[in-house]
Ligand binder design. Structure first.
Ligand SMILES: C[S@@+](CC[C@H](N)C(=O)[O-])C[C@H]1O[C@@H](n2cnc3c(N)ncnc32)[C@H](O)[C@@H]1O
Length: 355
């Protein structure tokens, strides 16, 4: 199933073309976004027998010049094709316009990452999320999340939730197969997972550990859903490794969480998990590992997402290789008891026990 990164068989002509795609990548990204946001792709999609530049300009009340340069760029982007002066949507254009995953990824790139990424080199050299300065002066994005501009929050949460939304329902039968009474949701964010658990099972109690800003949102969501009785909130800075986790949970749940930390901090978080667990407790780690992807599109997205962590999130974490996590699990007094592959969009679930 693994993708092969171990060779370079590309022909020179193709390699040179691909190099130009990288050289002009940011410009062409903006062109694709403008084609989508200005409604041009939608109009092209609706006109099944094709549409001229003039018709697009007139219908959308846009200058002909602008429509012309964008749609011509669209030919090279392969989001449209043209015959006899009439433009039509390609399959790639359809994905840019209609595919939820592509939309979420593009919005995340534009709203959360685009401006900050200008300082990526500085982040690499310093290990600091230098791009975050575009939004404010926080040490990591997590302290600032609840204060980011509304459209940036929308894209951040849209990106985060899109991936977990697909995974959670699929995993409920796995999580509840041994009837857990108490789950610790570490990094539980706005309470989406906790709410799914208490709706799925009428006995379980869930404790969410996260930063105060995120828990304020979780509190509203949980109260509105009527589950405040069975969901407890623990505002905590999880990076304070002297702060132990609540003892003897049936399940410790970490979803899309450990990728937010450096390997040293993951080691600290896993050790604290092991310290809190008894021989019946399990630690569930849900992650997207780049080496465990079936499709190049997934691995490409994860490699790019790592750079979001470098430049915007915290300067020190990434979307890991599964072997990075295996080594950390072993080093932290835990053993990997079960692996469930291909969960949700591109997740793997590790179920760990105490050694
Ligand atoms: C990427 S989100 C994952 C959210 C959720 N578990 C999911 O699967 O969608 C990571 C979460 O970890 C939390 N987090 C990051 N650093 C933290 C810290 N130092 N202390 C507490 N929570 C932290 C963030 O606030 C955020 O809610």
């Amino acid at each position: 199933m693994a993708l092969n990164y171990g060779s370079d068989k590309k022909r020179a002509v193709q390699a040179k073309y691909d190099a130009q795609k990288i050289a002009f990548g940011p410009i062409m990204f903006q062109a694709a976004l403008a084609l989508r946001n200005l409604g041009i792709l939608q109009l092209v999609k609706e006109s099944e027998s094709g549409i001229t530049l003039e018709e697009v300009a007139e219908k959308l009340k846009l200058p002909l010049y602008g429509v012309k340069v964008l749609l011509e760029a669209g030919l090279s982007l392969e989001v449209v094709w043209a015959e006899d002066g009439k433009f039509r949507l390609t399959k790639t254009g359809w994905f840019i316009l209609c595919d939820e995953l592509t939309r979420v990824n593009m919005d995340f790139t534009q709203d959360v990452n685009y401006l900050g990424m200008f300082t990526l080199e500085e982040s690499i050299k310093t290990g600091k999320p230098t791009g975050l300065k575009v939004f404010g002066d926080w040490p990591t994005v997590y302290e600032g999340l609840s204060q980011l501009p509304a459209h940036v929050q929308k894209s951040w949460f849209g990106f985060d939730h899109f991936y977990s939304d697909y995974a959670f329902p699929e995993l409920m039968p796995v999580i509840f197969r041994n009837a857990p009474g108490r789950i610790l949701d570490v990094g539980g964010n706005t309470g989406k997972f906790a709410l799914q658990c208490v709706k799925y099972n009428s006995n379980v109690r869930v404790s969410i550990l996260d930063l105060p800003g995120q828990l304020a949102k979780a509190a509203i969501n949980i109260k509105e859903a009527g589950f405040s009785e069975r969901v407890d909130l623990f505002p905590i800075n999880l990076l304070d490794h002297s702060n132990p986790f609540p003892k003897d949970p049936d399940i410790i749940w970490m979803s899309q969480f450990l990728d937010c930390f450096s390997q040293d901090d993951i080691h600290g978080l896993l050790k604290r998990s092991a310290d809190a667990m008894n021989s019946n407790s399990s630690l569930y780690i849900l992650e997207t590992y780049w080496d465990q992807q079936k499709y190049e599109a997934s691995a490409y997205s994860l490699h790019a997402t790592s750079l979001y962590f470098t430049n915007i999130a915290n300067g020190c974490s990434q979307m890991y290789h599964s072997d990075d996590m295996r080594k950390l699990i072993d080093k932290s007094g835990l053993v990997l008891a079960e692996e469930i592959l291909n969960v949700g969009v591109s997740h793997t679930l590790f179920i760990c026990k105490r050694k």
